[in-house]
Every structure is written in structure tokens, then in C-alpha cells.
Design a protein around this ligand. Structure first.
Ligand code: R5P
Length: 290
């Protein structure tokens, strides 16, 4: 018998998944102490006894608080059962998947080791940042919300833009549902300053001339990549939409992106906010049935 535990960052998603799966869902409450420590309480913890427990909990910002919260929930759940599935719709630290600069930590590897302490039977993520990040996670299934995002734009005649080479495969998958062409922007990020640059003279940009464009990415964090991409194409194309799985939307990114000329931002509810218009609970519900 399975039961869902609703991690506080993903409460609505956990409840809608539970409803679709006809499973019971229980809450976690949190308390913060003056020194920043967090305490979690599962009032109905006795219901977890020897059940298959599915924890649904994104680690969106504040990433470290939400990550610690997840570890505390895992610890508490482990007192009652060894049958645990962790659904982490947005897994932070996945962008730290390699030693970009000498001496940097491959943080996703360490996060994976920490999650493993609780011996989960399975970890489920959605559109994790890269295959390399995925390779560090043991017993992990990565789902994709790209077909659901494409469904939102069904019937549109558009050019699909990937803001960088790393996103080409995702953009191509998205474009395949709309039977659209893909343009990959020649972007790179300065690893020391973090500054994003795009070669504005590239002839590839002619492809967007007079067209409706959808910029596809895995995530929007500060919005810098999307703002940069739209600044390069906005005077050439007719209209710009942007879509991603995980909209972190830090530092007023939503407003800044709209101000930069993007008509709308369509994201999923792996992170619950103003842009989460596409529901991934059917995806999770299917995966936890298996
Ligand atoms: C980069 O490799 C990612 O796919 C995203 O493009 C990037 O992380 C988004 O971050 P920001 O919104 O801060 O540019």
C-alpha cells in the first residue's frame, strides 16, 4: 500500500498527484528557529508504518532550506518504513555536474550520496539539467515534461529557439511535437563572471525573421539567458514566447522577461508560482504506478 507525503514546496502538486492516483496524502509542517534551523513535523507519521511512502518535494529556492527540509522528512519517514520513493520534480545542484574550474566540487555527486543514505528504492526527477547530472544519481528515473509543454502551444506555426547548444536536444524534442524548425543560438557563459554572450552576427539568426518564436529551456533562474536571447532576436521576429520546465524566477525575473519583450512564460508546476501553467501531476502519477 502506498501513501504520499506532501513536501511543503510541492504541496499542491503532491495533492493533485494523490487525487489522480487515488492515494492518501499527508502533510508536513515546518517551524523555523531564530538561528535558522528548521524543524519538520509529520502529525500523521503513524500512517506511514511499513507503507511504500512517496515523498514529493522540489528543492527550489531557497534551495538549501528546501534540501535540508527534504533530508529531515526522509529521516523521519525512514523511522517508519524502508520502502521510500523520492520524487524531486525540480532537483537543485544539478547544474553543478562537472568541475568547470579547477578545484570546484561536482556538487550533484555529493547531493546524490547524501540522498543515498536513506536508501530510497527509487528517485524520480523531471527534466534534470543534464544526462551527466543524471548519471550521478542511483536508481533514478528522469521524466520529461516537454510533451506537456508542447501541448500548450499545439497548432502554432513557430520557430523553436534553444538559447544554447546544451539545450539542442530538448528544443528538438519540443519542436518534433509542433513539426517546427529549431534554431540554436550561439551562446556562451563566462564561467568566472557568469556573463552570458551571444554572437549577434551569426547568419543563423535570419531564420527567426518575421516569425513567432518559442524559446525553450530546462529552467529559468535569474532570466539572464532568456533576456539575452530575446534581446538578440526581438527586432527580427514577430512575437516571442518562452517555455521551460522549472521557472525559479529569481530577482523579479518574470517582470524582467516580460519587459524584455517576451509575450508569455509557460512553465510547469515543478515549482509553484505565477508561471506554472502546465500540470505535471499526470506524469508523476503514471511513474509511481510502475
Ligand atoms: C543553462 O545551462 C540552463 O539551461 C539555463 O539556461 C540557465 O541555468 C538559466 O539561468 P538564468 O535564468 O539565470 O540565465
Amino acid at each position: 500500500m502506498s501513501i504520499i507525503v506532501a513536501g511543503p514546496p510541492s504541496k499542491m502538486l503532491a495533492y493533485s498527484t494523490a487525487k489522480l492516483s487515488s492515494l492518501e496524502c499527508i502533510d508536513v509542517s515546518t517551524k523555523r528557529f531564530p538561528d535558522g534551523e528548521i524543524k519538520i513535523t509529520i502529525d500523521d507519521a503513524s500512517k506511514l508504518e511499513d507503507k511504500h511512502v512517496i515523498i514529493i518535494h522540489s528543492t527550489n529556492p531557497p534551495v538549501n532550506d528546501n534540501l535540508i527540509q527534504l533530508l529531515l522528512i526522509l529521516g523521519k519517514v525512514r523511522e517508519h518504513t524502508s520502502k521510500i520513493t523520492i520524487v524531486i520534480p525540480y532537483l537543485s545542484y544539478a547544474r553543478q555536474d562537472r568541475e568547470f574550474l579547477k578545484g570546484e566540487s561536482v556538487s550533484i555527486n555529493h547531493i546524490s550520496n547524501i540522498l543515498d543514505v536513506f536508501l530510497p528504492r527509487r528517485i524520480i526527477t523531471i527534466d534534470i539539467h543534464s544526462q551527466l547530472a543524471l548519471s550521478y544519481l542511483r536508481r533514478c528515473v528522469n521524466l520529461t515534461a516537454v510533451p506537456l509543454l508542447a501541448e500548450w502551444f499545439k497548432g502554432k506555426d513557430v520557430i523553436v529557439v534553444s538559447p544554447d547548444i546544451g539545450g539542442r536536444e530538448r528544443a528538438e524534442l519540443f519542436a518534433s511535437f509542433l513539426k517546427s524548425k529549431v534554431v540554436v543560438l550561439p551562446k556562451y557563459r563566462d564561467r568566472v563572471t557568469g556573463e552570458v554572450k551571444i554572437d549577434e552576427d551569426s547568419s543563423i539568426l535570419n531564420e527567426v525573421e518575421g516569425r513567432e518564436v518559442i524559446i525553450v529551456d530546462d529552467m529559468i533562474s535569474t532570466g539572464a539567458s532568456i533576456i539575452k536571447a530575446s534581446s538578440v532576436i526581438k527586432n527580427r521576429c514577430k512575437e516571442i514566447y518562452t517555455t521551460c520546465t522549472h521557472a525559479l524566477l529569481l530577482n523579479n525575473a518574470y517582470e524582467k522577461i516580460i519587459d524584455a519583450g517576451v509575450r508569455d512564460i509557460i512553465a510547469t508546476n515543478t515549482i509553484e508560482n505565477i508561471a506554472s501553467k502546465v500540470d505535471v501531476s499526470p506524469l508523476i502519477s503514471n511513474a509511481i504506478k510502475e
